[in-house]
Design a binder for this molecule. Sequence first.
Ligand code: ADP
Length: 247
Amino acid sequence: EGDSTTGLYLDGVSVVFDGFRALNNLSLIVEPGELRAVIGPNGAGKTTMMDVITGKTRPGSGIVRFGGRDLTRMDEAAIANLGIGRKFQKPTVFDALTVFENLELALKAPRGPIACLRWVLRGEARTRIERTMAEIGLTERAADLAGLLSHGQRQWLEIGMLLMQDPRLLLVDEPVAGMTDHETEQTAALLVGIAGTRSVVVVEHDLEFVKALGSRVTVLHEGSVLSEGSITHVQNDPRVIEVYLGR
Ligand code: ADP
């Protein structure tokens, strides 16, 4: 606990927009290989937290570190190159390319980190793509156009595209919005499988999904941590009950 040298480390982070505190002294530690769910009411600061980690928004004060590196003065590209990937809600897969081709493109993307180029140069791109297709459960759909996939499968393909870039930390924004119950369950299993060798932070509204993740949960409220622990712990925390029922 409290290791600032390896995982994701935020300490006393504040972000103020026009006098409004979107993040207020936020502190958070995510260990290497940890899966963490972040929940909280609208306006709690979840998006701003992700923006601060990826360098899209600079904190007014506080410390943001990953793998011991200070991120607060790095630009977005430099942070991405440290192995921090982000999946936004809307997938940006290429409908006219196959599942395999989408993953291949992600591996060979000119903006991708040097780490990925190694696979291409060693002629191991196919192995790498096949491994990722297995991870996201789309092996059977390799030759199908992405445009033919279901909503859920498109989300998994985009997660796969991010995995091609060898992230050490993956930030995932509301992955199960619009998914069927079955897809939601599969997404939980997928994210549990992905964590372990990488840290994964998932922002999500769907509490059933968060339960299925079985991970530690951080509840944000008014820009700081209201409660943290197992889903059972946070659900029974009187402060959490007050915030959710008080609305
Ligand atoms: P969440 O993702 O938990 O819904 P956000 O991080 O999006 O919360 O927003 C936190 C608060 O900061 C909200 O009240 C929002 O209106 C405000 N906010 C977010 N981004 C900006 C911005 N660029 N300018 C002004 N206010 C912002």
